[in-house]
Design a binder for this molecule. Structure first.
Ligand code: L34
Length: 291
């Protein structure tokens, strides 16, 4: 069993980006600038956004963190997005999800200038992604492609089973892996909460992408030997023995599944850090697109 080390791979990617930043500065005298907007006080979201800001510092990007209170109105947020859309200094920005329930997420995403949408969530960019045209591929699916690539996990002709149909992960992941691309050419089955006989399907998988958000959902009896398992889940469960008061669980029963798998991502240290590295990559692309 080989652990797909997202932390190490993300560090490698950040090192590569840092070198490119030095070149950009030298040749064009520009420095990529990412902004992140966060609304409210969700602990996990704050952790992720802080990690994004820290990653910017690490690679030599400029970053701006815009923290708005929980009671921010939809209009206030739309206004903030407009400011970022027209700010020549900002190459790309994200609005961290989830948003408070009184704000319509789709409306917010649609307000972002597609050229600055480094999350790749705008319908224009999702459409381009689905057509295999150049665009920002959402950071989590992009990170998974990159991890499979760097560990030389063969996807061509393989049966990939994606569990979960979210707009952020399950849906784009199944589209991308079926495409004619370096990490692609797979036969993809997308499954979700209404799927019948899920176990019969997962037992046929060469690669499983677990992205449903139920801790330790994928058990060892649901997989065949030598499968590759990508665990996208990241749930905080209360744990009084931890200093933080919680521990992180993925969607995979790692203890048992890792015994049968050929490749597996850990949680933490798997897909999460890759998401951050690929957001930086997209920001670098956004900055280059302006030259
Ligand atoms: N707009 N919203 C927007 N873009 C995104 O790309 C995200 N996502 C998801 C949630 N909402 C978003 C993230 O940033 C998930 N996500 C994310 C990013 C980083 C990590 C996890 C999720 C991460 O760094 N995880 C660490 C552990 C962090 C911890 O201690 O809690 C890991 O090793 O998995």
């Amino acid at each position: 069993m080989i652990v797909l080390d997202g932390k190490k791979t993300a560090a490698d990617i950040k090192e590569e980006i840092a070198l490119e930043v030095v070149e950009l500065k030298r040749r064009e005298n520009i420095v990529p600038h990412l902004a992140a907007v966060i609304v409210g006080n969700d602990g996990a979201s704050i952790t992720y956004v802080n990690a994004k800001v820290k990653a910017c510092e690490r690679v030599g990007f400029e970053s701006s963190l815009i923290r708005l209170p929980e009671n921010t109105t939809e209009d206030d947020l739309l206004n903030e997005i407009n400011i970022l859309n027209v700010d020549k200094d900002i190459d790309g920005f994200i609005v961290q999800l989830p948003l408070p329930s009184h704000i319509d997420e789709q409306k917010i995403i649609m307000a972002i200038d597609p050229e600055k949408d480094v999350d790749g969530f705008h319908p224009t960019n999702v459409g381009k992604m689905a057509l295999n045209l150049p665009t920002f591929i959402s950071a989590t699916p992009y990170g998974i492609l990159e991890l499979l690539d760097r560990y030389n996990v063969e996807t061509s002709g393989k049966h990939v089973v994606v569990i979960g149909r979210s707009h952020i992960v399950g849906s784009p992941m199944s589209i991308l892996l079926a495409q004619k691309r370096k990490v692609g050419n797979a036969t993809v089955t997308i499954t979700h909460s209404r799927t019948k006989n899920l176990k019969e399907i997962t037992l046929q998988a060469d690669i499983i992408i677990a992205a449903l958000g139920i801790p330790e959902f994928l058990k060892a009896d649901m997989i065949k030997d030598d499968v590759t398992v990508i665990d996208v889940g990241i749930t905080r469960v209360p744990d009084s023995r931890k200093k933080s008061g919680y521990r992180l669980l993925g969607d995979v029963d790692y203890e048992e599944v890792s015994k049968k798998a050929s490749f597996i991502t850990p949680v933490p240290g798997g897909v999460g850090p890759m998401t951050i590295a690929m957001l930086l990559k997209n920001t670098l692309i956004a900055c280059r697109n302006k030259i």
